[in-house]
Write a protein that binds this ligand. Structure first.
Ligand code: IMP
Ligand code: MG
Length: 170
């Protein structure tokens, strides 16, 4: 497998992050926010976003595994849990990509059970039309097609996360 094409450039990604950071800065200007990055894919988007936030914010990370078997679909296993108690906090879940939606919908239910004050979701990339478990995405960076993509945190067998752009493999 090789990188075949740049789908979204570094500049387009940078502009989008600035735009979303500005929206988040104005929405939470008088409120505390806990940003929750979903590892590993979201580490790059969280760090780029973080540098542009000018609000009262803390960061936490979670690592989860999703199961896609017919009986266990929608099940997630926590590999690394949050460090902070999120009860009565405003939280923003940051994900790299929203594909079938199973990961985010299960995660949202799980975090809701911990009684946060509010929950919002930011997914940097959203695969159009493939959602099986639709949930509301409050901030979405780019809508893309169903093809497998890498870069900007997304991997193929652990590789290509470091690319500053989004690319197609072939
Ligand atoms: P979902 O539960 O299907 O929405 O799963 C989303 C997860 O699948 C993401 O967090 C990624 O880890 C992975 N994923 C989905 N599509 C892609 C892709 O095109 N490239 C790399 N990883 C992907
Ligand atoms: Mg992931």
């Amino acid at each position: 497998m090789k990188i075949s094409k740049t789908l979204i450039s570094k500049e387009e990604i940078e502009n989008k992050i600035s735009e979303i950071a500005e929206t988040i800065n104005s929405k939470y200007k008088d409120e505390e926010l806990v940003v929750i990055g979903i590892l590993k894919g979201a580490f790059i988007v969280v760090s780029d976003l973080a540098k542009q936030l000018q609000i009262d914010v803390t960061f936490d990370f979670m690592s989860i595994k999703s199961y896609y078997g017919s009986e266990s679909s929608g099940q997630i296993k926590i590999i690394k849990d949050l460090e902070y108690d999120i009860s009565n906090k405003n939280i923003l879940i940051v994900e790299d990509i929203y594909d079938t939606g199973l990961t985010l919908s299960s995660l949202k239910k799980l975090l809701e059970s911990r009684n946060p004050k509010s929950i919002e979701i930011f997914s940097m990339f959203v695969k159009k039309g493939v959602s099986k478990d639709p949930i509301e995405i409050d901030y979405s960076g780019f809508e893309i097609g169903p093809e497998f993509v890498v870069g900007y945190g997304l991997d193929y067998n652990g590789k290509y996360r470091e690319l500053p752009y989004l690319a197609l493999l072939s």
